[in-house]
Design a protein around this ligand. Structure first.
Ligand SMILES: *[C@@H]1O[C@H](CO)[C@@H](O)[C@H](O)[C@H]1NC(C)=O
Ligand SMILES: *[C@@H]1O[C@H](CO)[C@@H](O)[C@H](O)[C@H]1NC(C)=O
Length: 510
């Protein structure tokens, strides 16, 4: 059965851009020997090259400490690239456009060598456009960015710098990083990736809300009872919890990914589709939110499941040898935010994220109030609910009441269903990183995080993060593979989110 393939790397229908003909584009990957580069960045660049989506003259320049030949570099990522029969030659051409420079992150000499080799390649063209992609641990951000700015900033074309989380650890450290970056680059030169903004259905939030008459008039506290944004994953830390332990689930998922979804769902209609207009509205709605509080939160940490099928499932968070003994870092959190503005006053927005749960899922649920002046009291009418599922099995569906066929006024729950695998059968959705790379090359910042958004999200979560860390608030235990702590269900109920369990998703392509 054909279906929307997730994260496959042969997306359909991406627009072919008109790139600057007389320019050489260089994509410089700092941290080229690292995990993210091998697993994600190089395979994505290959897929874009293969599908002729990049500017014709694009060089890929790896930079890292390890001494690698181009062949070593190729070997490090080739297994993660999809190379079909007949594409071997193209892959060879891709490798030919690769360059690797070994250097340290604190040596201006090494960065000067990088600059020289970029200059060499650009010499025969009119302009050299440079993308610096930082796939680096945070402790080298400062020196690496400084050296890039001082030694590698091209003079003939544009320069862009791409960063990924973590953007600091709390409001103060995030501000420090921002001050540093702003001393070197303009905001137009900085692309902060939150890969959720590269997801098709996250991007669709703007279209759904503002290109349809029916949603926006109902999108307010007169009609909406509550909203829940959920992230769940069915895997634990898999023996690599040491890194996670310094962050916890709020920094890992909620403060960034879920808040980006939140902004697009809650913001007012932007003046235009310009990046700055959209990002202005995101900041505006964030500014109307009071900091998250411990009274309105539930934290959890998973225990191993003795009957689990894999070693991962049997291992609790604290059994992970890389996690410090007695850690109170939450692997699950549910919390409530309120937006103090005319549209949303009184409506709870519940954000919920956890590891080692029963399923993999990222979605938003907008629960509507029951109709006023109900002429069918006592019939068991349930609330309407609009569900947008970002992953897996992308779908938009509206749970609603309908008359049971052939009954008098019997009713039942049903759905208006736009499951992508059915409506867009066989269409391959682009992967987030594919879309985001193209946006960086185009110079379009809509799907990247602006500094003031970042600052506002940290303002909302920093007091709570500091409190649970200072007071060592103990999270509630939950079992690997469960729905998380029971208390989270209580939090939902207290915040006007009704879960009846009566509705059954009929499954895709039924
Ligand atoms: C790419 O750049 C080289 C110079 O580095 C130039 O000779 C060549 O014509 C360019 N190719 C295209 C397709 O623009
Ligand atoms: C880096 O290259 C540019 C050419 O694009 C050159 O103008 C600049 O002086 C070089 N920087 C250093 C520090 O050598």
């Amino acid at each position: 059965m054909p279906s929307v393939k997730e994260n496959d790397d042969k997306p359909d229908g991406l627009p072919k851009d008109e790139w600057q003909e007389d320019a050489l584009y260089s994509i410089i990957i700092l941290g080229a020997s690292g995990d993210l580069a091998k697993k994600k960045i190089y395979p994505v660049l290959w897929s874009l090259f293969r599908d002729d989506l990049l500017p014709k003259n694009t060089s890929f320049v790896g930079y890292a400490r390890s001494k690698l030949s181009i062949d070593d570099l190729r070997k490090s990522f080739q297994a993660n690239c999809k190379i079909m029969k007949g594409e071997e030659e193209k892959f060879f051409a891709f490798i030919k456009n690769n360059l690797y420079i070994s250097g340290s992150y604190d040596s201006s000499e090494d960065f000067k060598r990088l600059n020289e080799s970029l200059n060499e390649r650009e010499a025969k063209t009119n302009a050299g456009n440079r993308v610096f992609y930082l796939s680096l641990p945070p402790f080298v951000f400062d020196t690496a960015t400084q050296h890039i700015r001082e030694n590698c900033w091209g003079k003939t074309g544009w320069n862009r710098i791409v960063l990924e989380k973590p953007f600091g650890h709390d409001l103060e450290s995030s501000r420090k990083l921002a001050t540093h970056l702003n001393s070197l680059f303009t905001e137009e030169e900085i692309y902060r990736i939150d890969h959720y903004l590269g997801k098709e259905l996250v991007q669709n939030l703007i279209t759904l809300r503002f290109a349809n008459r029916i949603f926006n008039p109902a999108w307010n506290n007169h009609n909406v009872a509550s909203v829940m944004i959920t992230f769940k994953e069915p895997i634990g830390t898999q023996g690599r919890g040491g890194y996670f332990d310094e962050y916890g689930i709020i920094r890992d998922i909620i403060q960034n990914h879920l808040m980006q979804i939140f902004c697009l769902a809650a913001m007012e209609k932007p003046v235009s589709l310009n990046a700055e207009d959209i990002r202005d509205e995101k900041v505006r709605v964030l500014r109307r939110i009071a900091p998250a509080t411990i009274e309105n939160s539930v934290f959890g940490q998973y225990l191993g499941n003795p009957t689990g099928k894999t070693e991962d499932e049997k291992m609790g968070y604290l059994d992970d040898p890389t996690v410090p003994k007695g850690s109170v870092t939450p692997t699950f959190a549910a919390l409530v935010l309120k937006i103090d503005n005319e549209r949303w006053e009184g409506v709870p927005w519940i954000l919920r994220a956890g590891k080692a749960l029963n399923e993999r899922k990222a979605e938003i649920r907008v629960q509507f109030k029951k109709p006023d002046g109900d002429i069918m009291p006592g019939t068991g009418a349930k609330r309407d609910e609009l569900v947008i599922r970002f992953q897996p099995n992308e779908a938009i569906y509206l749970k609603m009441m309908t008359k049971t066929p052939n009954s008098h006024f019997g009713m039942e729950e049903t759905e208006l269903d736009m499951t992508y695998s059915k409506r867009y059968e066989g269409v391959v959705l682009a992967e987030a990183y594919q879309l985001l790379f193209l946006e960086i090359l185009r110079g379009r910042q809509i799907h990247f995080v602006r500094n003031d958004e970042l600052e506002e999200t940290w303002r909302i979560f920093t007091p709570l993060l500091h409190q649970i860390e200072n007071e060592k608030v103990k999270p509630i235990d939950y079992e690997f593979g469960s729905r998380g702590p029971r208390d989270a269900d209580r939090l939902l109920a207290e915040n006007n989110f009704i879960y009846t369990g009566t509705y059954k998703w009929p499954g895709p392509s039924k």
